[in-house]
Design a protein around this ligand. Structure first.
Ligand SMILES: [Zn+2]
Length: 229
Protein backbone atom coordinates (compact mmCIF):
# COMPACT_ATOMS: atom_id res chain seq x y z
CA UNK A 1 0.00 0.00 0.00
CA UNK A 2 1.25 3.42 -0.89
CA UNK A 3 2.30 5.83 1.82
CA UNK A 4 -0.59 8.12 2.79
CA UNK A 5 -0.65 10.99 5.24
CA UNK A 6 -3.85 12.53 6.60
CA UNK A 7 -2.27 16.00 6.75
CA UNK A 8 -1.86 15.93 2.96
CA UNK A 9 -5.30 14.49 2.24
CA UNK A 10 -6.81 17.72 0.89
CA UNK A 11 -3.70 18.76 -1.04
CA UNK A 12 -4.62 18.34 -4.68
CA UNK A 13 -1.41 19.88 -6.03
CA UNK A 14 0.85 17.56 -4.11
CA UNK A 15 2.36 14.17 -4.88
CA UNK A 16 4.69 12.27 -2.57
CA UNK A 17 5.80 8.75 -1.90
CA UNK A 18 8.34 6.26 -0.70
CA UNK A 19 9.57 3.23 -2.61
CA UNK A 20 9.57 -0.18 -0.96
CA UNK A 21 11.74 -3.29 -1.24
CA UNK A 22 9.67 -4.45 -4.20
CA UNK A 23 11.04 -1.48 -6.16
CA UNK A 24 14.63 -2.52 -5.46
CA UNK A 25 17.53 -0.66 -3.83
CA UNK A 26 17.71 3.04 -4.73
CA UNK A 27 20.94 4.36 -3.25
CA UNK A 28 22.77 6.92 -5.37
CA UNK A 29 25.29 5.24 -7.63
CA UNK A 30 25.34 3.28 -10.82
CA UNK A 31 24.16 -0.09 -9.51
CA UNK A 32 20.73 1.20 -8.52
CA UNK A 33 20.33 3.57 -11.48
CA UNK A 34 17.92 1.29 -13.33
CA UNK A 35 15.75 0.81 -10.23
CA UNK A 36 15.50 4.57 -9.76
CA UNK A 37 14.75 5.13 -13.41
CA UNK A 38 11.88 2.64 -13.54
CA UNK A 39 10.44 3.77 -10.19
CA UNK A 40 10.39 7.41 -11.34
CA UNK A 41 8.83 6.36 -14.61
CA UNK A 42 6.09 4.41 -12.81
CA UNK A 43 5.42 7.39 -10.54
CA UNK A 44 5.39 9.71 -13.58
CA UNK A 45 8.25 11.88 -12.34
CA UNK A 46 9.95 13.21 -15.45
CA UNK A 47 12.01 15.98 -13.86
CA UNK A 48 13.87 15.54 -10.62
CA UNK A 49 16.80 16.58 -8.46
CA UNK A 50 18.35 14.22 -5.93
CA UNK A 51 20.08 15.21 -2.71
CA UNK A 52 23.53 13.68 -2.28
CA UNK A 53 22.91 12.69 1.39
CA UNK A 54 25.93 13.23 3.59
CA UNK A 55 24.30 13.10 7.06
CA UNK A 56 24.67 16.84 7.43
CA UNK A 57 21.97 19.46 7.71
CA UNK A 58 22.31 21.59 4.60
CA UNK A 59 19.22 22.18 2.48
CA UNK A 60 19.35 23.51 -1.08
CA UNK A 61 16.70 25.59 -2.84
CA UNK A 62 16.47 24.40 -6.41
CA UNK A 63 14.49 25.02 -9.57
CA UNK A 64 13.77 23.27 -12.82
CA UNK A 65 17.09 24.45 -14.27
CA UNK A 66 18.79 21.76 -12.19
CA UNK A 67 16.71 18.94 -13.57
CA UNK A 68 18.57 15.63 -13.54
CA UNK A 69 21.30 16.81 -11.20
CA UNK A 70 22.51 15.58 -7.85
CA UNK A 71 22.62 18.44 -5.33
CA UNK A 72 26.02 17.94 -3.71
CA UNK A 73 26.64 18.28 0.00
CA UNK A 74 23.01 18.48 1.04
CA UNK A 75 20.49 16.30 2.86
CA UNK A 76 17.40 18.19 1.84
CA UNK A 77 15.84 20.11 -1.00
CA UNK A 78 13.14 22.76 -1.36
CA UNK A 79 11.48 24.10 -4.48
CA UNK A 80 8.63 26.15 -5.91
CA UNK A 81 9.06 24.59 -9.34
CA UNK A 82 6.07 22.60 -10.47
CA UNK A 83 6.53 19.06 -11.78
CA UNK A 84 10.01 18.85 -10.32
CA UNK A 85 10.45 15.82 -8.09
CA UNK A 86 12.67 16.25 -5.04
CA UNK A 87 14.41 13.01 -4.10
CA UNK A 88 16.21 11.67 -1.06
CA UNK A 89 17.18 8.12 -0.13
CA UNK A 90 16.51 6.58 3.27
CA UNK A 91 17.15 3.26 5.02
CA UNK A 92 16.20 3.64 8.72
CA UNK A 93 16.60 7.41 8.42
CA UNK A 94 13.39 9.41 8.19
CA UNK A 95 12.05 11.25 5.16
CA UNK A 96 10.53 14.59 6.22
CA UNK A 97 7.95 15.86 3.71
CA UNK A 98 6.92 19.53 3.82
CA UNK A 99 4.23 21.37 1.90
CA UNK A 100 3.24 25.02 1.94
CA UNK A 101 -0.25 25.23 0.42
CA UNK A 102 -0.21 29.04 0.60
CA UNK A 103 3.05 29.77 -1.18
CA UNK A 104 2.89 26.53 -3.18
CA UNK A 105 6.30 25.23 -2.19
CA UNK A 106 7.59 21.83 -1.13
CA UNK A 107 10.56 20.44 0.76
CA UNK A 108 12.00 17.05 1.53
CA UNK A 109 14.76 16.15 3.95
CA UNK A 110 16.66 13.03 4.97
CA UNK A 111 16.93 12.83 8.75
CA UNK A 112 19.20 10.27 10.34
CA UNK A 113 20.52 10.71 13.85
CA UNK A 114 23.37 12.95 12.74
CA UNK A 115 21.14 15.28 10.74
CA UNK A 116 18.55 15.25 13.50
CA UNK A 117 21.17 16.15 16.10
CA UNK A 118 22.20 19.04 13.84
CA UNK A 119 18.60 20.27 13.63
CA UNK A 120 17.68 19.36 10.08
CA UNK A 121 13.89 19.54 10.59
CA UNK A 122 14.21 23.01 12.04
CA UNK A 123 16.47 23.93 9.12
CA UNK A 124 13.89 22.71 6.60
CA UNK A 125 11.27 25.08 8.01
CA UNK A 126 13.77 27.96 8.15
CA UNK A 127 14.92 27.39 4.58
CA UNK A 128 11.34 27.49 3.27
CA UNK A 129 10.77 30.68 5.26
CA UNK A 130 13.91 32.36 3.90
CA UNK A 131 13.65 31.21 0.29
CA UNK A 132 9.90 31.28 -0.25
CA UNK A 133 8.57 33.39 2.64
CA UNK A 134 6.70 30.32 3.89
CA UNK A 135 5.09 30.92 7.26
CA UNK A 136 5.80 27.98 9.57
CA UNK A 137 2.15 28.10 10.66
CA UNK A 138 1.04 27.41 7.08
CA UNK A 139 3.22 24.35 6.56
CA UNK A 140 1.94 20.80 6.53
CA UNK A 141 4.64 18.31 7.49
CA UNK A 142 4.76 14.54 7.55
CA UNK A 143 7.55 12.33 8.84
CA UNK A 144 7.70 9.01 7.06
CA UNK A 145 8.59 5.56 8.36
CA UNK A 146 12.08 4.92 9.75
CA UNK A 147 13.77 3.18 12.63
CA UNK A 148 11.55 3.62 15.66
CA UNK A 149 12.75 4.02 19.23
CA UNK A 150 12.40 0.35 20.28
CA UNK A 151 14.96 -0.56 17.60
CA UNK A 152 17.24 2.44 17.65
CA UNK A 153 20.00 1.54 20.07
CA UNK A 154 22.85 3.99 20.53
CA UNK A 155 25.78 4.62 22.86
CA UNK A 156 25.65 7.06 25.74
CA UNK A 157 27.70 9.49 23.64
CA UNK A 158 25.10 9.59 20.89
CA UNK A 159 22.16 9.54 23.32
CA UNK A 160 23.31 12.69 25.07
CA UNK A 161 22.70 14.70 21.89
CA UNK A 162 18.95 14.07 22.22
CA UNK A 163 16.02 14.98 24.45
CA UNK A 164 14.15 11.73 23.90
CA UNK A 165 16.55 8.97 24.91
CA UNK A 166 15.79 6.25 27.41
CA UNK A 167 18.13 3.82 29.07
CA UNK A 168 17.86 0.12 28.14
CA UNK A 169 20.42 -2.02 30.00
CA UNK A 170 23.81 -0.61 29.01
CA UNK A 171 22.48 1.05 25.86
CA UNK A 172 20.13 3.91 25.05
CA UNK A 173 17.10 4.05 22.80
CA UNK A 174 16.50 7.31 20.96
CA UNK A 175 13.15 8.48 19.60
CA UNK A 176 14.15 10.31 16.42
CA UNK A 177 10.63 11.15 15.14
CA UNK A 178 9.87 12.76 18.48
CA UNK A 179 13.07 14.82 18.22
CA UNK A 180 12.10 15.91 14.72
CA UNK A 181 8.59 16.77 15.87
CA UNK A 182 10.01 18.90 18.66
CA UNK A 183 12.20 20.80 16.20
CA UNK A 184 9.23 21.43 13.93
CA UNK A 185 7.07 22.70 16.79
CA UNK A 186 9.95 24.90 18.00
CA UNK A 187 10.21 26.28 14.47
CA UNK A 188 6.54 27.30 14.62
CA UNK A 189 4.71 24.48 12.85
CA UNK A 190 1.37 23.84 14.61
CA UNK A 191 0.96 20.38 16.14
CA UNK A 192 -2.22 19.71 14.20
CA UNK A 193 -0.37 20.23 10.92
CA UNK A 194 2.20 17.53 11.73
CA UNK A 195 1.97 13.81 11.21
CA UNK A 196 4.32 10.99 12.15
CA UNK A 197 4.20 7.62 10.43
CA UNK A 198 4.40 4.76 12.92
CA UNK A 199 6.06 2.20 10.63
CA UNK A 200 9.43 0.84 11.74
CA UNK A 201 11.81 0.02 8.89
CA UNK A 202 13.58 -2.55 11.08
CA UNK A 203 10.35 -4.42 11.90
CA UNK A 204 8.79 -4.26 8.44
CA UNK A 205 11.22 -6.77 6.94
CA UNK A 206 9.24 -7.45 3.78
CA UNK A 207 8.45 -3.85 2.99
CA UNK A 208 11.57 -1.83 3.74
CA UNK A 209 15.34 -2.00 3.75
CA UNK A 210 16.89 -1.39 7.12
CA UNK A 211 20.55 -0.62 7.51
CA UNK A 212 20.55 -1.70 11.15
CA UNK A 213 18.80 -4.97 10.44
CA UNK A 214 20.47 -6.00 7.17
CA UNK A 215 24.00 -4.59 7.68
CA UNK A 216 24.64 -4.84 3.93
CA UNK A 217 28.09 -4.30 2.42
CA UNK A 218 26.49 -1.79 0.11
CA UNK A 219 23.74 0.43 1.52
CA UNK A 220 20.30 -0.51 0.20
CA UNK A 221 17.89 2.34 0.47
CA UNK A 222 14.38 3.46 -0.41
CA UNK A 223 13.66 6.52 -2.50
CA UNK A 224 11.39 9.24 -1.11
CA UNK A 225 9.93 11.93 -3.33
CA UNK A 226 7.73 15.00 -3.19
CA UNK A 227 6.44 16.98 -6.15
CA UNK A 228 4.17 19.92 -6.85
CA UNK A 229 1.74 19.58 -9.71
ZN1 LIG B 1 11.18 -1.95 15.01
Amino acid sequence: MALKFKVFAGSQNLRYGLSSKADGPMKLGRTAAQNRKSYLLRRKIGNFVMAEIIHGCKIAAISLGRNGQVAKGVDGLVTKSKKLGLLVTVADCFPVYAYDPVKQAVGLAHAGWRGTAKGIAHKLVRTMAIKFQSKPADLLIAIGPGIQQHHFEVSANVAKKFHYAKRAKNKYLVDLPKELKRQLIDAGVPKNRLELATGCTYCLTKKYYSYRRDRPKQVQAMLAFIQLL
